[in-house]
Write a protein that binds this ligand. Structure first.
Ligand code: 3HC
Length: 651
């Protein structure tokens, strides 16, 4: 058989190979050919066992997402999987790369699983606004127990092969190539007539939880307050694994999967999946030699600088954190240690990994420590003259070929580049705070930036686990320019009658994890106050709050009041007074605002600004703007991003 799926015999083992580059997605022809191949192999009397493997860089990374939302084509994956599981000859999955979604569900239909040591296995459907739709919600808890299955399904994060072995998701890790190891395993299974293990029939791991709703509730507690449809549905389906027979729960899983697929939330999240890939097709990104960044240097040990140093260490890249102020360096290192310590305490990092990452971060108080760096990221005070003087110095110190990046959020990268004798080496890398958490990286393509450096920084950003988006130069680039118009709209709504808690509630209801004014309090109101003063701008209410000594959470009062030690703001009558006085000063009569009106008033100008950014060529495509707002500013993924949202309003 030729095509996307082929099979051959190795003694008494049939080896079925899926070859559907790039990620072996289970498209319709793959499903059809797979079923045909396995049926043929199974019918061959010389075959005692069957191995499933994939050609190329990965085992099946899931169902074919580009088929979603279209009428199903038969055989559907669910049926293929059900058929496979019932075969009477042992089926062994030989997996490598990223075994995701329908790919993992395919392995769960097999009777045994052997993995390459570097394999990652997961069910990322939740990130697409879906639930696993080919048995994952029912088979995974049966195979590895609810306590291990629930986080895999509800976070969507994959687990590595060693952990998969520990929890019983795989039976063996291959020391060398996985395929020969799986063939040996299959020979053994065929000859020893190993009992077929059908996951759908495994009840033992769930038995202890049946009839114990409290124990189940404790396992899913971290997600029990989820607002989105997919996590809510996933919890119900996991509950069903304990309360309903397998076949009945499977029918429900299918119905829920189809319902979610047709829903607006999943549509938006699937759009974002493709938007991330589209960002990598920016016309300025030319094929280029990969550039190795083995040593990074970060200038400035403030919040941004420390976060950026952690980004590098987290990706295994050595980073030297430089600040001429020795106290700032010491404070920066203490903060880094504390953050890693807290990740260890929360079980997100092992103590060994913490030590490994810390060992990658060194400190210095002289810029000369950047002399060996392949990449230098400047994260000093946001003032053009200061940045230019740093770049003048760096130009003298940096080795030939080093990339000189600025983390400026607003300033003209062309001007900064001019301070050096090598503007082609200068680029903007705009990280978002906290830099080790937020996934967005705006990559600012300056006039003289070498295209090879642009491509290298884009690739590096992905290695750092970021969502990189290329932007052009203007004040605030894409994200902050849109943020600025939203801030102006907020001021206007406050002046006309809305209150901070109403604005925050409206956007929280829209889907933002935190309202914009609570975010301002968290960041500190003085930051934008200083910037406004430097640019002779006034924001009547925001300035009045700062003038009244209300700087945000850090001094217990901003748009809200904070009790000592609390991060939860409460509405403060003093703020209402300040706002009402501002309205009166400007002669604006106040009126009531509905949540809908607030949302429209805040989001419409953002969309208009987004369109201007597109027409000016600062943003290349609407989906880039959406990625920026989702990954840098907390725009709810289930709403796709501001430009996507604008399109939904037209429907
Ligand atoms: N379906 C269709 N296309 C896919 C795909 C999928 N599941 N996964 C990746 N692709 C495409 C990408 O769009 C991209 O196409 P392009 O080159 O035209 O832009 C190409 O494959 C390569 O993908 P990446 O650029 O992302 O390659 P990477 O090597 O960086 O990453 C990956 C590989 C980790 C597999 C990543 O692509 C990924 O996470 N894919 C999605 C995995 C996923 O969500 N699977 C679950 C699907 S839902 C499901 O299975 C439902 C089931 O329960 C019924």
């Amino acid at each position: 058989m030729t095509g996307l799926v082929s099979w051959r015999r190795d003694d008494d083992v049939a080896v079925i190979t899926i070859d559907n580059p790039p990620v072996n997605a289970l498209s319709h022809p793959v499903r059809a050919q797979l079923l045909e191949a396995v049926t043929q192999a199974h019918a061959d009397p010389a075959v005692g066992a069957i191995v499933f493997a994939c050609a190329g860089r990965t085992f099946v990374a899931g169902a074919d997402i580009s088929e979603f939302g279209k009428p199903p084509q038969f055989p559907i994956l669910l049926d293929v999987i059900a058929r496979l599981e019932q075969f009477s000859k042992p089926l062994v999955a030989a997996v490598h790369g990223t075994v995701l979604g329908g790919g993992l569900e395919l392995t769960l239909a097999c009777h045994f699983r052997v993995a390459d040591r570097r394999t990652k296995l997961g069910l990322p459907e939740i990130k697409l606004g879906l639930i696993p739709g080919a048995g994952g919600t029912q088979r995974l808890p049966r195979l590895i127990g609810m306590e291990h299955a629930a986080p895999i399904i509800l976070t969507g994060d994959p687990i590595a092969a060693p952990l998969a072995l520990e929890v019983g998701l795989i039976d063996e890790i291959a020391d060398g190539d996985v395929l020969p190891a799986a063939i040996v395993f299959a020979h053994r299974a065929a000859r020893a007539k190993l009992a077929i293990r059908r996951v759908s029939e495994m009840e033992q791991k769930l038995a202890a939880l049946r009839g114990k709703p409290d124990a189940f509730a404790a396992i899913v507690a971290p997600w029990s307050r989820a607002k989105l449809d997919a996590p809510k549905a996933a919890i119900e389906l996991l509950r069903l694994a304990l309360t309903a027979p397998f076949a009945e729960a499977m029918r429900e899983e299918r119905a829920v999967f189809m319902r979610l697929m047709a829903g607006e939330q999943s549509k938006a999240q699937r759009y974002l999946f493709f938007a991330e890939r589209a960002a990598g097709k920016h016309p300025a990104l030319k094929p280029a030699e990969p550039r190795n960044v083995a040593q990074a240097a970060i200038i400035g040990a403030g919040t941004m600088g420390t976060g950026i140093a952690m980004c590098f260490a987290n990706a295994g890249i050595a980073a030297v954190l430089i600040d001429t102020d020795a106290d700032a360096v010491a404070r920066g290192m203490t903060s880094i240690e504390k953050q890693y310590e807290s990740s260890v305490a929360r079980g997100r990092l092992t103590a060994d990994e913490k030590m490994r990452r810390l060992a990658l971060i060194s400190t210095a108080t002289s810029l000369s420590a950047a002399k060996d760096a392949d990449l230098i990221v400047e994260a000093v005070f946001e003032e053009l003259e200061i940045k230019k003087s740093v770049f003048r110095e760096l130009d003298k110190i940096a080795k030939p070929g080093a990339v000189l990046a600025t983390n400026t959020s607003y300033l003209d990268v062309n001007e900064i580049a001019k301070a050096t004798g090598r503007p082609e080496a200068v680029i903007g890398l705009h990280f978002f705070s906290p830099a080790n958490v937020m996934r967005l990286l705006e990559i600012v393509n300056a006039k003289a930036t070498d295209p090879a450096i642009l491509a290298a920084m884009f690739a590096l950003a992905r290695k750092l686990g970021k969502v990189p988006v290329i932007v052009g130069i203007c004040r605030g680039f894409v994200g902050n320019r849109m943020l600025q118009v939203r801030s102006e709209a907020i001021e206007q709504c406050l002046l006309e009658g809305a209150l901070p808690e109403e604005i925050d509630a409206a956007l929280a209801e829209f889907g933002f994890a935190m309202g914009p004014l609570a975010v301002s309090d968290l960041a500190g109101l003085d930051i934008s106050w200083r910037m406004r003063k430097a640019n002779s701008l006034r924001a009547e209410i925001a300035d009045a709050l700062c003038e009244a000594g209300r700087l945000g959470m850090k001094n217990g009062k901003g748009y809200y009041r904070y009790e000592a030690g609390s991060r939860r703001g409460v509405p403060d009558p003093a703020v209402k007074d300040i706002i009402e006085q501002a309205s009166a000063r400007l002669g604006i009569s106040r009126r009531a605002f509905s949540a809908d009106e607030i949302v429209t008033r805040l989001i419409t100008p953002m969309i208009e600004e987004g369109r201007r950014l597109l027409s000016e060529g600062i943003a290349h495509q609407a989906s880039d703007i959406d990625l920026i707002w989702v990954h840098g500013y907390g725009w709810p993924a289930a709403r796709g991003g501001p430009m996507y949202y604008a399109d939904t309003l037209k429907r």
